[in-house]
Design a protein around this ligand. Structure first.
Ligand SMILES: [Mg+2]
Ligand SMILES: [Zn+2]
Length: 244
């Protein structure tokens, strides 16, 4: 594979075969899984994901669940062996390839899953929401926003949630790593509505691998012409196709 390449992975339903936020509650408590859903769709339906997950995590802690319960739920989250094969074989055969993770999950979820699968050193950087175990209550996970509520808003008009504009995050990463043109090709693997914004920052020579029949697919169909999407898009359903 000639030239310098950047592979950008969304995490939920892209790198792994699940939604990390929903999964932890699905494994541990149906009641809290329902509460998460209710909170997420309340009001305008545009609540920041890390805020509602943080609130529900507090409930989980108050119900008596332990840190180890949360970590174990993450360790059994579905991760396709073909996705592992795809990234490890590409990493082994292409020294000019850099992997970046750009996700609206959080540091603890992603770190735990990568560790379980021996992939801690895969990504050169993981751009996501901050999370930490409460020092005064070690079983309570606290999740924050990538862009804190007390900072100026990102101003994105493409529909990114207040806590993170993935387009801005990608641009910032590229600027800090030699600029967009230092990469011959950028490949973006995504599925969600919030993956549409960074696609608009990509060039004709780049490539999007969009998971079929999910929100990103719908936005590409409905909005790409009006938004001036330049990048080439290919569709996939299962991880073996990413390996191909
Ligand atoms: Mg996703
Ligand atoms: Zn945006």
């Amino acid at each position: 594979m000639p030239g310098k390449q950047l592979i950008v992975f969304d995490f939920d339903w892209s790198f792994v075969d699940q939604d990390t936020d929903r999964w932890v509650f699905e494994v541990l408590s149906t009641e809290l899984r329902r509460l998460l859903q209710t909170r997420k769709s309340a009001g305008t339906g545009m609540q920041c994901t890390p805020d509602v997950v943080n609130d529900t995590m507090k409930d989980l802690y108050e119900k008596g669940f332990k840190k180890e319960d949360v970590l174990e739920a993450l360790r059994i989250l579905p991760f396709h062996p073909a996705m592992k094969r795809a990234v490890t074989s590409l990493q082994a055969r292409s020294k000019d390839t850099t992997f970046l993770c750009l996700s609206n999950s959080n540091e603890v979820y992603i770190g735990t899953i990568l560790e379980k699968h021996g992939l801690t050193s895969l990504f050169s950087q993981i751009i996501t929401n901050p999370a930490h175990w409460n020092p005064s209550a070690p079983d309570h996970l606290i999740i924050g926003r990538r862009l804190p509520a007390d900072q100026p808003p990102h101003g994105c008009s493409i529909g990114c949630l207040a806590n993170m504009c993935k387009g801005d995050e990608l641009d910032t990463y590229l600027a800090a790593n030699g600029g967009k043109d230092s990469f011959d090709k950028i490949v973006y693997i995504g599925d969600g509505g919030n993956d549409f914004c960074p696609l608009l920052r990509m060039r004709k020579q780049d490539l999007v691998l969009c998971r079929k029949n999910l929100e990103l697919h719908e936005r590409i169909l409905n909005e790409s012409e009006k938004a001036g999407l330049k990048v080439d898009v290919k569709y996939w359903e299962q991880a073996w196709q990413i390996d191909e």
